[in-house]
Design a protein around this ligand. Structure first.
Ligand SMILES: Nc1ncnc2c1ncn2[C@@H]1O[C@H](COP(=O)(O)OP(=O)(O)OP(=O)(O)O)[C@@H](O)[C@H]1O
Length: 217
């Protein structure tokens, strides 16, 4: 078990009397890129939120590196496992204030060099640091939000339809950075997507239908 990254055992989730997920069991091993697919409303986002601890299972267990998620300090867990979603919201402040937020909550200084490098990777000039978020386009906001998630290198990146509201150009920029993270810095990715190009990159495709899972690849 300790060699697995995540292990789900008969995970279920109920909300307002509805069984949204049922009996979800699978193991994610360390070198895998997992993509969750399936029809709209089938429970994919809910599953990713359970893994990201934004929600708690109402039945079953989730283990991270062999330890029950309920027994892991949430602050420590968030340092390793980063959840990034479609239309991630930035604070209504400057780009720098947003990018320094992860350091502020850890009472550390802002790593301007890292911010600069990551911004460059998503084709945003350093001068944007002093820009107000409300001056940015939708695609720029999503790219800045991704940079904010990566200011501390996560071990696992949970991506929930992060490119679905982006045009082709922005999508390519975001995917390129995610790919680099996976390659050079060994970040593991679990993603929910409808995009075929992203699905093709999966080493494993897990399909969720009506709250139940089918493994397809
Ligand atoms: N907190 C909640 N309370 C009640 N119902 C919920 C809650 N969260 C999700 N649902 C319902 O659970 C089902 C699964 O939602 P989920 O967002 O996980 O689907 P999805 O597969 O990610 O869909 P999409 O591809 O459209 O994003 C939907 O029917 C949704 O309405």
């Amino acid at each position: 078990m300790s060699d697995s990254l995540f292990q789900l055992e008969k995970v279920g989730f109920q909300a307002n009397g509805n069984q949204i997920l049922q009996d979800i069991s699978f193991t994610v091993n360390k070198g895998e890129v997992i993509v969750f697919s399936g029809p709209s409303g089938s429970g994919k986002s809910t599953l990713l939120k359970l893994i990201g601890t934004l929600l708690s299972p109402t039945s079953g267990k989730i283990y991270y590196r062999g330890t029950d998620l309920q027994k892991i300090d949430p602050v420590e867990y968030r340092k390793e496992v980063s959840y990034f979603f479609q239309n991630a919201s930035l604070f209504d402040e400057t780009v720098q204030e947003n990018l320094s937020f992860p350091a502020r909550i850890r009472e550390e200084g802002f790593d301007r060099e890292r911010a600069k490098k990551l911004l460059e990777r998503v084709q945003i000039p350093e001068t944007y640091l002093s820009k107000e978020v409300k001056e940015l386009s939708g695609g720029e906001k999503q790219r800045v939000a991704l940079v904010r998630n990566l200011m501390y290198q996560p071990k696992v990146l949970l991506l929930d339809e992060v490119t679905s509201s982006l045009d082709q150009e922005n999508r390519a920029i975001v995917l390129d950075l995610v790919r680099d993270m996976m390659k050079d810095q060994q970040t593991k990715v679990l993603a929910v997507t409808h995009n075929q190009e992203e699905i093709d990159q999966a080493s494993r495709l897990i399909t969720i239908k009506g709250g139940k899972m089918e493994e397809s690849k």
